[in-house]
Design a protein around this ligand. Structure first.
Ligand code: MSP
Length: 534
């Protein structure tokens, strides 16, 4: 299954822009980490990548939170945005642009686009009468409701009746359906695409896109009627165009648009397909190549919520376990697109088994033996004739091939699984060939050289493949292998070949890369800390 157009050498990937009414949690971290993994993989594959994230700062929800905190909405946004901006580097996220919807560059683009749609009569003035869910910032019609709660989040909704401008979304229903049909990759995963198709087939209504200033001031002024502000979703979606330079820099825009992937949570897929695609159609702008909806995390089997007090704080995760292992867990534990369950016990198991035992041991054994038997110098291998050697090399090359397929399909956990099969096979190769015994015999030097070269080479390839997932740990292994090139800059095409490692490279034995975690000790420590603070 091909998901992205690989003939295009630029690659534009986005995360949703996050509301500033709340501090970052595992949900925000998950999307942003996944986007970072994909962006790093694409850079590694030679693409010119634009990776954007940011914050969604307008709307009723932000006003309410600001009131509670006794701040203006802008003050609240200015405070909370720091929590996001500070978190991303801690999670080893390397984005290219961070957009805030209160920035002038964005406000101008929103106004320009709305003027365009107004001029072509795709926006008209009417009256909105219906229900509004503030937490979801979503309008609902009577027919969509079974009771007086939001069909999306189940919370109480509010009745609104006011003058409003509407976007003629219904006009684009057929065009949208035929677009989805002709571009089967544009909404993924498949099951979610089918949900969207049924929704569109059930009939699109025109979309209310403004609120009167009497009911809401915190938004972008409607350029052709000063008594209205733009509905927050209508403003927010346009961020993807702003980042790509729409109406700002034509050259940049041509280079990066259409976006290759909008990564979103399953709850906001409808906005990103139905509203977004029809808006773009009306404006005569190409739709994104793919909107991919990932699943949701439950926490220790329960829905995450503030009232339950089970919200997973990414800052704490970094502090307690480290960024890369947290990244590894989130990417490995569930198949991308499915829901998953977060539990510390599972996280610790992954750290101890996959990372400390499998990969960590491979690193320490390989480096230690090259240190001990060849005085840190990667030895020159002999001609590779033994079956075990040929098998290892074949598996390495096959692993790279499979990895590329999975990464391009966004099967991120399967890509990791494939790498780990290779890591386990390499560990088995050590057990089979018993280099520590050969090391004691003078006549076995040539065989030992070949084995240790093969191990170092397998480890070098593994390190490149894990880099998008665990960039900092990969760099540590790279350094211990004595490699000096910058992993942020290397290209798969040049590096992912067997035999690229130069004999004579000096390894640098260092500290344990993945220390084991003792969950009981951690729990006891937490209890002690809590007792101390009582
Ligand atoms: N501001 C809008 C997006 C506008 S994009 C043009 C928004 N913001 S949000 O802050 O609520 O975004 C939350 C993101 O985190 C969504 O993608 C949502 O799916 C995701 N998650 C929230 N809770 C989650 C989990 N428990 N698990 C995984 N992701 C979850 O929506």
């Amino acid at each position: 299954m091909k998901k992205t157009n690989l003939s295009k050498k630029t690659f534009y990937i986005t995360t949703p822009i996050y509301y500033v009414n709340d501090v970052p949690h595992i949900g925000h971290a998950y999307t942003t980490i996944a986007a970072d993994v994909i962006a790093r993989y694409k850079r590694l594959s030679g693409y010119d990548v634009l990776f954007s994230t940011g914050t969604d700062e307008h709307g009723q929800k932000i006003v309410r939170s600001a009131e509670k905190a006794n701040l203006t909405p802008q003050e609240l946004a200015d405070q909370v945005v720091i929590k996001f901006k500070d978190l991303w580097p801690l999670l080893n996220i390397r984005y290219d642009d961070f957009i805030r919807t209160t920035e002038v560059r964005h406000i101008e683009v929103v106004k320009g686009l709305l003027n365009k749609l107004y001029d072509k009569d795709d926006i008209y003035k009417g009256e909105y009468e219906g229900w509004y869910c503030v937490p979801c910032e979503t309008f609902w019609t009577e027919t969509q409701l079974t009771d007086k709660t939001c069909p999306n989040c189940g919370r109480k909704i509010e009745k609104i009746k006011e003058e409003s401008y509407f976007f003629k979304m219904s006009k684009y229903q057929d065009q949208l359906l035929s677009y989805i049909e002709k571009n089967p990759q544009c909404i993924q995963p498949e099951a979610r695409k089918n949900e969207i198709i049924s929704f569109v087939k059930s009939g699109l209504k025109d979309q209310s896109i403004t609120r009167t200033k009497k009911s809401l001031q915190w938004g972008i002024d409607l350029p052709f009627d000063n008594n209205h502000v733009v509905y927050v979703w209508y403003d927010a979606l346009i961020n993807y165009l702003t980042v790509a330079g729409y109406r700002i820099n034509e050259e940049i825009f041509k280079k990066y648009w259409p976006a290759d992937i909008h990564l979103v949570g399953k709850d906001i897929l409808r906005f990103h397909t139905v509203i977004w695609f029809t808006m773009l159609m009306a404006a005569g702008i190409e739709s994104p190549r793919m909107v991919f909806a990932h699943g949701w995390w439950t926490i220790e089997g329960e829905k995450m919520s503030k009232s339950k007090g089970n919200v997973v704080d990414p800052y704490e995760m970094v502090d307690e376990f480290g960024a890369d292992v947290f990244r590894y867990f989130l990417m490995r534990e569930v198949s991308f697109g499915q829901d998953g369950n977060f539990s510390k016990k599972l996280l610790v198991q992954r750290i101890n088994y996959d990372l400390a035992n499998d990969l960590g041991n491979l690193v320490s054994r390989t480096i230690a033996m090259i240190n001990q038997f060849f005085n840190k110098k990667v030895p020159q291998p002999a001609e590779q004739k033994e079956k075990t050697d040929v098998d290892l090399k074949d598996l390495a090359l096959n692993t790279i091939k499979e990895y590329n397929i999975h990464m391009n399909n966004l099967s991120l956990s399967r890509a990791l699984e494939t790498i780990w099969q290779f890591i386990r096979r390499t560990n088995k190769y050590i057990d089979q060939t018993e280099p520590w015994i050969l090391g004691r015999e003078k006549t076995q030097q040539e065989r030992l050289s070949t084995i240790l070269y093969n191990l170092a080479e397998s480890l070098r390839l593994t390190t490149i493949l894990i880099y998008p997932f665990m960039p900092v740990k990969a760099k540590e292994i790279w350094r211990q292998l004595g490699l000096e090139s910058d992993l942020d800059k290397i290209k798969l095409e040049e590096e992912a070949h067997w035999g690229h490692l130069k004999p004579g490279t000096l390894v640098k034995p260092g500290r344990v890369i993945f220390p084991r975690v003792d969950i009981k000790r951690k729990v006891n420590k937490k209890i002690k800390e809590n007792n101390n603070s009582l």
